[in-house]
Structures are given as C-alpha cells and as structure tokens.
Design a protein around this ligand. Structure first.
Ligand code: ADP
Ligand code: MG
Length: 560
C-alpha cells in the first residue's frame, strides 16, 4: 500500500475481490459471441420448413414450439448480453406479434458482420452510425416497396394469415383457421370517427379445448365459459337473458377470520343460523329483484345461496375467471357489480346462453350492441393446442395489423433481397467508414433468404445468386419457393407479410445490435460466467462459462 492510501485509510481497489472486468476488444467479442449464440439457436426454426424445438423446464414441463419468442423465453438464459437479444424478441412480440425469429436472426447477423468490421479496426461508433442510417433508409424503402391493400380484401387477408401460420402447428388446418382468423378480425374492426380503421384485438378471446381435432375449431360470436351450473336443476339454455356479473362472493361476509362464537343455548345457535340464512336470502333477493336470469360470479357462491338461486330459476356459475368476467362485460354490455345491495336493472347486460353438455361449456352470445368474439381452438392434446394458440395468436396480430395499416410485402426473402440491393446503392452515397457499415447491414438482411433456403435443404448460395439476379432484372417481388427451390414472384404466390412487422423487426434488430456494440467495458460483480466449471483466468474463463451455457442449447438443437 502506498503512503497516500494509508493516509486516507482506504485501499485504492474499487472493485470487490470476486468481481471481473473485461475491456475493449475482449468485451466486444465476449458480447458478440453471446448474442450470436442466441440468434443461432432460433435460426433453424425460420420459415415454412423450419423445425420445432422441444424445451424442458427445470420443473419438467415440456413445450414443443416453432415460435422464436417462446423458445427464447423458455430457454432460461442468464447471460446478460444474451438477455438483451431475448428482449428483441419480446419487443417484436409486443409490437408486431410475429417476426420474432427474423428480428433475432438479423440482430445476430448484424453483430457477426460488425465483428468483421471491428477486426479491420473500424471504430464501433462508425458501425453504430452506419447501421442506424441503413435502418432508417430501410424503413423508407419498405414504404416504397410495400403494396397498398384493401383492408376488406378477404382473400389477401387469408393469405397473410396463412403465411404467418406456415411452418407452425396451425398449418395443417390453415384453410379453416385462416378463415376463422379473418372473420374474427373483421368482427372487431370498426371505423373510427376520423375515418381510420381500428382493429381492437382485445375483443377477440382465444380459448382452447383438448379432446377434439383442430379441424373442429370454431368462431363464436360471444364468450365461451368453461364452467358448470352450480346446481343441476338450474336452466342452462336461455334466450335474451339478463346477465349479471359479480365480483364479490355470494357468501356470508365474515367480519373477522378469527371471530369466535359464544353460544350458551341451542336457541342461540338457531338464531345465528337464521341470521346467516337471512343474509344470503337478502343477497339472492337483490339479484332476483334486479331482473337477472343468469349470474356469473368471480368468487364463490354459498350452498344455501345456490339453493335459493335455483329456486328462483336463476342460472349461476361460480369462480369464473377474472379475464372471462371482463370479457363477458364486452360481450353482454353488463357492468361488473361489486356490491349486491346496490344492484339495479341498469347493471345487467343481455345475451343468449346455451350449453354444450358434451364439452361442458356455456356459449354466451351477446345480443345488444356490445361485441366480442371467441376463437375456440380445439386439438387432441395440451401440447397441440398450446402450439396452435401461439400460431393463431401471431396470425391474428398480423391480420389485424394488415387491416389497420394496409401495407403488405412479398415474403420468402423477396423484401430482404430488394432492400439489400437498394441499400448497397445507397451506400455509395454514404461518406466515410459508415459506408462499410451500410454494406454490412445490406449483407445481414440477406441472411433471411439464405436461412430459408438452408432450412429447406437447398443451397443457400445458389438461392441468393438467383434471387439477386432476378432483383437486378427489376423483379422486386422475387422470392424463394421453399418447396421447389425456384425463384418465384412470392406476392403472386400468396406469400405476403404485413409491412409493419418487417419494419419493426429491422428496427429492433438494429437497436439491439447497436446496444451491444456500444459496450466496451464489462464490470461484473462476481464471476462473469454464471454456470458450469470454467477454466481459470480472466476473460477466457468468462467465455468458457458462456460456451458451456450455450453448449447446452447446441446439444438440444442437435437432438432435433
Ligand atoms: P418469424 O418468427 O420471423 O415470423 P417464421 O418461422 O414465421 O419466423 O418465418 C417467417 C419467414 O418465412 C418470413 O420471411 C416469410 O416470408 C417466410 N415464409 C412464410 N411462408 C412462406 C412460404 N410459403 N414460402 C416461402 N417463405 C415463406
Ligand atoms: Mg412467423
């Protein structure tokens, strides 16, 4: 210790004993490898011929999926840089609903190409700036390439839904499902006062049921409630019924959990029981007086109250999910009542109720102005319906975004190759080293057709050469037919994607890549690697840990 340090009574070491630090090139290559490993782990799922992954959680739960964001969320990633890439997928899922694999794969490729530039001693800030410029330019060009569509063009919307579902579990029934999806979106599309089209997917409820085939999925105008009536003697089919929604228990209100009852005689017990009965009686009377024919209660219903309700001829279901109660509000137009003493007929909504005894489901079809539809997805097992639900969820989002945004692009790599060629042209006008970054961005976009080809067992280079020459000849919709390997006009072939999702995918991929590139110093409290036993020493040790973590995934990829 130096004299000065002793004088201050403090050592100059500012980091804890276990902390690790990595700087400059080491930090960059550490981060880039982690991010690329994540991107590579989802690549094999891209496109119609992409494979699925089986993910087994630490609890032993199994998920079989092709959905990029689901894979990454289930993968239990605890490397901080890798987590930043997972966020790209999550942002994409929130903003666009589809295109998560694309966003992550492009982010990984941007970083791979950035690494080459770093090796040529190009400063990260020049790369970041170039990527940013290229991304802005790509957005402009997407707007130019996009085809304006009529939001009422059902055929086109079905194609958008089908493109989104290809390669997913939902694909096997894509004709039926795409029709249901388009119908669902149309049912919740309204024209706003300013003349714009608004799609409110909040009004589309997706329910799943196992035991029947996916081909028996259906769209219901209203809600589907998976509950039994509390008493068998209650009516189950009611036309134009008055519906009451309650989120308080129809039970005795217990003032104090630990309240003790002091009883000195049997009379007192009887009096007490009578008063309880009286309280329940009053609640049921209030319900009956409001004119309700049906009660959906979010909480419990006391046995005695059930009996009174049945005697009044009122249908009741208890412990209905909160989300279902909320959706029933949209379907029936009822208020959600929290205080039965104050209930009036104005709180009621209307609906026609019917019961499917085989399925043990109530169908609640709204009869008033309120709207809301339920897409009831069926499948043989839980795994099947779960993957169906993810595929259909994505397709609902992209059809919704096509209706509200009205712009689509040709898929199968067509838009990426066109953008790459336009960006290379643009690069000529960019000064300085940023020009190289713009070119690297263009190269990165071509990853999509290359991976689509690879995943289909085709030669990636041949495919890219063919596509580039078609685009050079002015065929801006030339993309890959993954089934034949031929270059086709994918727009005509019906492989169409919403422009909004692609814009979002490119901008979130760019932002993530730039975020990673900006880091030149990693200071970790504790070991940089979080699992596995690693080799001794500094950055190498950290990377070893990373390799170990990712190795697990690689192994999983290999299994499939
Ligand atoms: P993401 O998570 O990015 O949506 P997907 O696995 O859904 O990943 O694959 C999307 C890609 O597959 C898009 O580039 C799309 O154009 C392409 N694609 C979808 N259907 C076809 C098809 N029939 N032929 C060629 N490419 C297709
Ligand atoms: Mg998709």
């Amino acid at each position: 210790m130096s004299k000065q340090q002793r004088m201050q009574g403090q050592p100059m070491i500012i980091l804890g004993e276990d902390s690790q630090r990595m700087k400059d090139k080491d930090a960059q290559s550490h981060n880039i490898s982690a991010a690329r490993a994540v991107a590579e782990s989802v690549r094999s799922t891209l496109g119609p011929k992409g494979m699925d992954k089986m993910l087994v959680s630490s609890m032993g739960d199994v998920t079989v999926t092709n959905d990029g964001v689901t894979i990454l969320q289930e993968m239990d990633i605890d490397n901080p840089t890798a987590s930043m890439i997972v966020e790209v997928a999550e942002t994409q899922e929130d903003e666009a609903g589809d295109g998560t694999t694309t966003a992550v794969a492009v982010a990984g490729e941007l970083l791979k190409n950035a690494e080459d530039l770093l090796e040529q001693d190009i400063h990260p800030t020049a790369i970041i700036k170039g990527f940013h410029q290229a991304s802005e330019k790509a957005r402009e060009e997407i707007d130019d390439i996009a085809v304006e569509v009529d939001p009422e063009d059902i055929d086109l919307l079905r194609k958008v839904a089908e493109t989104s579902m290809t390669g997913k579990g939902a694909e096997l029934n894509k004709e039926l499902l795409s029709q249901l999806i388009v119908d669902a979106v149309e049912a919740v599309t309204v024209e706003a006062e300013d003349g714009s089209t608004v799609v409110d997917l909040e009004y589309v409820n997706v329910e799943t049921q196992t035991g029947r085939s996916a081909g028996e999925s259906e769209l219901l105008h209203g809600a589907v409630i998976d509950k039994d009536p509390v008493q068998d003697s209650m009516p189950t089919d009611l036309e134009d019924a008055n519906v009451l929604l309650v989120d308080e228990p129809i039970e005795i209100e217990e003032t104090d959990v630990d309240a003790e009852l002091q009883l000195d005689s049997p009379d007192q017990l009887q009096a007490f029981l009578d008063s309880e009965e009286e309280e329940l009686r009053e609640k049921v009377d209030a319900i009956a007086a409001s004119g309700a024919d049906v009660v959906f209660c979010q909480k419990g219903i006391d046995d005695m109250a059930q009996h009174f309700l049945a005697k009044e001829g009122i249908l009741a279901a208890r412990r209905v999910k909160k989300s279902d109660i909320k959706f029933l509000r949209e379907v029936t137009g009822a208020n959600i009542v929290s205080d039965l003493e104050a209930v009036t007929s104005a709180d009621l909504g209307t609906a026609t109720i019917s019961r499917d005894d085989a399925d043990e489901l109530f169908y609640v079809e709204g009869t008033g102005d309120a709207h809301g539809v339920t897409l009831l997805l069926r499948g043989s097992t839980e795994h099947v319906v779960d993957e169906l639900e993810r595929g259909v969820g994505d397709a609902l989002d992209v059809v919704g975004s096509t209706v509200s945004d009205g712009r689509v692009l040709a898929g199968g790599g067509a838009v990426e190759v066109e953008l790459a060629s336009r960006l290379r042209e643009y690069a000529d006008s960019v000064e300085g080293r940023e020009q190289l970054a713009v070119e690297a961005f263009a190269d990165s976009l071509e990853l999509i057709p290359r991976v689509l080809a690879e995943n289909s067992g085709l030669d990636a280079i041949d495919t890219l050469v063919d596509l580039r020459s078609a685009h050079a000849d002015g065929d801006q919709y030339a993309g890959l037919n993954v089934f034949t390997g031929e270059t086709v006009d994918t727009y005509d072939a019906g492989v169409v994607e919403p422009a909004h999702a692609k814009e979002q995918a490119l901008s979130s991929a760019t932002e993530a890549a730039n975020l990673v590139l900006k880091i030149d110093d990693i200071i970790a409290a504790g070991d940089l690697s979080t699992e596995g036993e690693e080799e001794e020493g500094g950055p190498g040790g950290g990377m070893g840990g990373m390799g170990g973590g990712m190795g697990g995934m690689g192994g999983m990829g290999g299994m499939m």
